[in-house]
Design a binder for this molecule. Structure first.
Ligand code: PDD
Length: 275
């Protein structure tokens, strides 16, 4: 892998930031995780679009253009010599003595490129498990912010319960999961939480929408409750790192037959063709 820090490429173990960095002190920044398949970043334009939106939403004074970011990412991937990897990029409000007010220093841009950790074939065939968890996050979850405390607490709770994901519930409805979007399938139709400030507009969610279009499967933006999820025929989650991943058990209750469903599998196969 390779690291990048404000203009310089470095080895990953030399990637060091000063204490007075606002990402470190305030979580004052945004990030993206981009998957590279066979040397090509997947849906890079969409990721950069979201990065710019997140930056604007927290008033980061970025001077870089989409083209600049694109060139930087492609250069990093090239230098890493990795074909299948994850690019992690974060932008923060810069390096300056701690003070809550916005500084007038340039933003800080850092990046890592590391080999992609694949989900094993066995896991894909068996499906994963989840718990329901209160969505304790803030009102602007559409921003891919560095502040992930509620997410990591929920994920850790899932882990300690022997599960992979925490499906977040707010006001009686499923929003998304701690690091993925959530989908249910009922009578052959795909339902997922509508885009709003309460969820991250997942890039993989977008890819799944494209896949369902190609497969002539109905894709319906609609809120659903934990009870509706438990009564679904199939459930899956999506993210850059997990792609399309079946969930077969939630809070100890089996979804459908308790095995990854056929519709989920068709969508995953179509997703792979989009890569
Ligand atoms: N997480 N929802 C949340 C809260 C997320 O953190 C993520 C991604 C997603 C899925 O988005 P996408 O399909 O664009 O990856 C949904 C990344 C991978 C992470 O934090 O590691």
């Amino acid at each position: 892998g390779i690291g990048y820090i404000n203009g310089k490429f470095t080895n990953l173990d030399e990637l060091v930031l000063p204490i007075d960095e606002r990402g470190h002190q305030f979580g004052d920044g945004v990030y993206e995780v981009i998957r590279v398949y066979n040397g090509t970043p997947f849906m890079l334009d969409e990721h950069l679009d979201r990065l710019i939106n997140s930056s604007k939403a927290i008033k980061l004074p970025i001077t870089q253009t989409v083209e600049d970011f694109k060139n930087l990412i492609l250069e990093a991937v090239d230098k890493s010599q990795l074909m299948d990897c994850n690019v992690y990029m974060q932008i923060t409000r810069g390096i300056v003595t701690r003070n809550h007010l916005f500084p007038t220093v340039p933003v800080s841009i850092t990046m890592t490129v590391r080999p992609a950790k694949l989900i094993s074939q066995t896991t894909r065939e068996k499906g994963e498990t989840a718990i329901f968890h209160e969505d304790e996050r803030w009102a602007n979850c559409y921003i891919k912010s560095l502040n992930l405390l509620p997410n990591i607490l929920a994920k850790q709770t899932a882990f300690e319960a022997g599960c992979y994901e925490a499906i977040l519930v707010r006001d009686g409805y499923v929003t998304e999961a701690s690091s993925s979007n959530v989908f249910i399938i009922k009578d052959g139709k795909v339902f997922t939480t509508p885009l709003s400030k309460q969820i991250l507009p997942g890039i993989t969610r977008m890819a799944v929408k494209n896949a369902t279009n190609l497969l002539n499967i109905d894709f319906i933006d609609k809120n659903f409750t934990p009870e509706e999820l438990l009564e679904a025929d199939e459930v899956f989650v999506t993210s850059t790192t997990s792609e399309v991943l079946p969930i077969v058990k939630v809070d100890g209750k089996l979804i459908g037959t308790g095995k990854p469903g056929e519709v989920t599998n068709r969508i995953y196969q179509q997703f792979l063709k989009l890569i």
